[in-house]
Design a protein around this ligand. Sequence first.
Ligand code: ZN
Length: 454
Amino acid sequence: MKLGFLGAADTVTGSRFLLETGEAKLLVDCGLFQGFKKLRQRNWSAFPVAPASIDAVVLTHAHLDHSGWLPALVREGFRGPIHATEGTRELAGLLLRDSARLQEEEAEFANRHGFSRHSPALPLYESADVERALARFHVQRFGPAFDLNGELRARFVAAGHLLGAASVVLQRDGRTLVFSGDIGRNEDFVMRAPQVPEFADTLVIESTYGDRRHASIDEALEQLAAVIRDTAARGGTVLIPSFAVGRAQSLLVALHRLRENGSIPKLPVYLDSPMAIDATRLYRRFNADHRLGDAECEAIFRGVRFVNTPDESKRLAQLRVPTILLSASGMATGGRVLHHLKRLLPDPANHVVFAGFQAGGTRGAHLVGGAREVKIHGEWHPVNASVTQLDGFSAHADADELLDWMRRLRRAPGQVYVVHGEPEAADRLRHRIVEELGWRARVPEHGETVDVPL
Ligand code: ZN
C-alpha cells in the first residue's frame, strides 16, 4: 500500500493523506491549507490525483484544516462516500457552510474595493458545492469497524479534541495503519480524555504542540481571570477571538466557573457569532459525547447573551461598560471579529485574548507576535490594546501527552510518521519518539509517498 502525504507534512494545516492499494484510492482527511500565502496558494492547485478516481474519504474531524477542501473535491468530480461520526457531520455542516460564505464574501469585497490582483476574484468554492459535499457523508459510530472497499476496514476511536473527533484505524489481514487525527488533552473543559487504539503497525501522528508543554487548566483559568479583572478595572473590553466550534464552548465553561467561584466580576458576556451559537446548541444535543451534564450545560449557557444578527453585532459598538466579547474567527482571519478588532485595537484600555494556536502568517500570529499595526480589510490599524495568548485552552495534547498516548499502544509500531506540526515541533517530537520510546520515526516531506505494510 502506498501512503502519500499531500498535506500537513511541513505545516499544521491541509491534512490530506492518500492511500493507494492495487485497485483503490482512499483519502484520509481533505483539509484546507491556512496561514502563509505560500500555503494558501496550495488550495488553488489541482488535486494531485483525479478526484473522480478516489473511492472514499475517511474524515477524522470537522476542523477546516481537515475537512475544508471537501467541497472542492466534490466539485472536481469525487463521487464516493465521506465516512465520519455524527458529531463530525453536524459540525462540518456548520464549518463548511461558513467557509463558503466567508470565501464568497471575501471575493465580493475584493471585487467591490478593487484590491484583488485577480479580476474578478473568485471564491475557492461556493455554498452549493458545500451542500453537494454534505450529501456524501456516511455516518459511522465510534467503535465498530466498517467496510471501506471490500479489502480494507476502518474504525473510529474517540480522540477528545472536538465533538465527534476520532483517530482512524485502518485494518487489512491483521495489519493496522493508524491516523491519530488531532489528539485532545487528558484534562479538558468539555471533551473527555482521548482513547488509544490497541495496535498500530504504522502510525501517523500529529505534532501541533510536539515541542511544548501546556499550562494546566487551573493556570489557564487564573491567567484568564487576571486579564478580565485588570481590563474591567480600567473600563475596557475583553475581546476573545475564538474558534466558533469547540474553543468558544470551552471558554463559556471557563467563564461560568470563574463567575461561580467569584474570581471575576459579573460582566456581561456576549457570544457574537451565529456559528458559535449553533455549535453551542450542538454540544447540548450531543451531550453523551462530552463531559458536561444537562444541568451544567443549562447553567453555563444561561450566563451568555447570544448575538445573532449583524445589527445586534453593530450595536455592541455602543456599549460603554466593561464587557467580555467572544467572536469568531479564532485566528482573526475573517468574520465579525475583524470589525471588533478595528474598533478595539487602537484603545489601550482594551485587551485582546487569543485562546488558541495561531498559525504562522495569520493576523492572530502577527498580533501575538507584537505587531504595532495590523491590516484589516485593506487598511492599517494601530495596535494599542494589550494582546495576550493563553495556551491552557488548547484542544491539542502537548508533547508529554502525545508521548503518553503512544506509550499506551500495546506494541511498538514498525514506523511512525510525524505530521501536522510546524517544522520545529514535528522534528522535536520525532526526536523524543526515537530517544524516549526507541521507535523508528520520521517527518515526511510535503508530497512524499512511502510504502506501508498494510
Ligand atoms: Zn482539529
